[in-house]
Design a protein around this ligand. Sequence first.
Ligand code: FAD
Length: 452
Amino acid sequence: MKYYTPPASSHALVIGGSIAGLLASRILSDHFAKVTVVERDDLPNTPTPRRAVPQEYHVHLLLQRGKRIIEDLFPGLMAELEAQGALVADLSHDVKCFQAGRWKGRWKTGITAHYCTRTLLEYVLRRRVRAIPSVQLFDRSEAQPVFLGPEVIGAKIIAIGGSDRFERTDLVVDASGRGSKSAHWLKDAGLTDVPTEEIITKLGYVSAPFLPSTGTPRDWKVLLCLPRLPQDKRMAVISPVEGGRWMVTAGAWFDQQPEPDHRGLLNYLRALPVPDLFEAVQSASPLDQPRRFRMLGGLRRRYDLVSRWPSGYLVIGDAVCSINPIYSQGMSVSALQAEAMGKAIALHGDDLGAVQRAICAAVETPWQQAAAVEHRFDGIGPAPGLAERLKRRYFDRLAELSHTDPFVAMTMLKVNNLIAPADSLTCPDMVLRAIGLRRETNFRKATHAQST
Ligand SMILES: Cc1cc2nc3c(=O)[nH]c(=O)nc-3n(C[C@H](O)[C@H](O)[C@H](O)COP(=O)(O)OP(=O)(O)OC[C@H]3O[C@@H](n4cnc5c(N)ncnc54)[C@H](O)[C@@H]3O)c2cc1C
């Protein structure tokens, strides 16, 4: 293995100081003498929402894989979240979930999530990044790469309401989110067209914070209602966040989200197949107006297919791949990409085409997992052949079994949390269960079988 040691004076600049930009800057601080993060929004010293990330008013769940990567990069960060009021919940035992016509079984799995707002997570990350001596964060400034032929030689930085300056760099990393202009910038530089893939399912989220009523006994920390896809297109969740509050999110495909007001939200919850969410929210006190977020659907830019990659440039985060948020993958996918970028820089040095391909490869599994679900909607994706129809029946069977069989539930939980490979779902143990030749209702035995 070849390890790359950049020159002592090396400088990397990151465009965008959100989740992907912060994670990228931490990784780059292992490889570059100086790292500059340029963010056009304000970067407050408090856990305050930012204008540039309107999604932060909606439920954000950090999957187990993302949590592990972030904790490795910033040891103790999860404890910090807890100290700031994040609530730790077992993703089976503490989550009461109604899916596809019935309540799921609940077991203590040890797979936990830290429930808090995205605002808090980003603030804690930002504080940690600010403490890295070689990393500097500049807010209220916009950045764009400066090309010299097929090479990025630095960035133009435009202070909002102020002057421009040019900063020479060895590397510019675009972490500017779904609205990234990288594809245009590459084209304008005469390099290439970037192929894109889209799954248009017209997603809508409406969310609001509530203060739960006291004195009501509850046997859950998270209350979730998921649809039977593809017939039903509505989900909703009550998710605990810091400050003893609830974040209530109603999310739907094909514009079926509620109107963004309290009446619309309550009517939507009342129409769900179980009354539990409606009753809980009705007895809670609203803390703010509901907010709406709409997006067309999944979008992936195939920078891995670009034949002539510019030196001095990389793209990461939602700028590469933005998946339907209903699967809670975005921040974990940013973490996976940052991790892949670090390993690839160590391995390939300044062959940045190879590093970009590694970043893109990190999104492959989550993208395919989401696509497999979304392609079930009429008119989305190719018409299914026999093999695809059988596969769908098999996965429906597993979803059914996950209500009662802890082995199946645990395997699906691990795959969904990106900590087990997708092919664990088709291992012999799972196939035998799907065809009814094996069954295990004892959780201890089931998880023991799984770890051996
Ligand atoms: C409704 C919704 C719910 C979601 N729920 C979840 C969830 O449950 N779990 C999960 O893991 N993910 C979730 N996500 C996805 C998650 O928000 C993103 O994947 C995550 O924030 C990573 O995005 P990013 O850092 O790449 O981009 P963003 O968060 O969009 O940030 C891009 C940043 O770049 C800045 N910027 C843009 N252009 C420039 C420029 N030229 N110069 C300087 N700065 C610039 C912007 O101001 C912004 O701060 C959800 C998304 C949405 C929309």
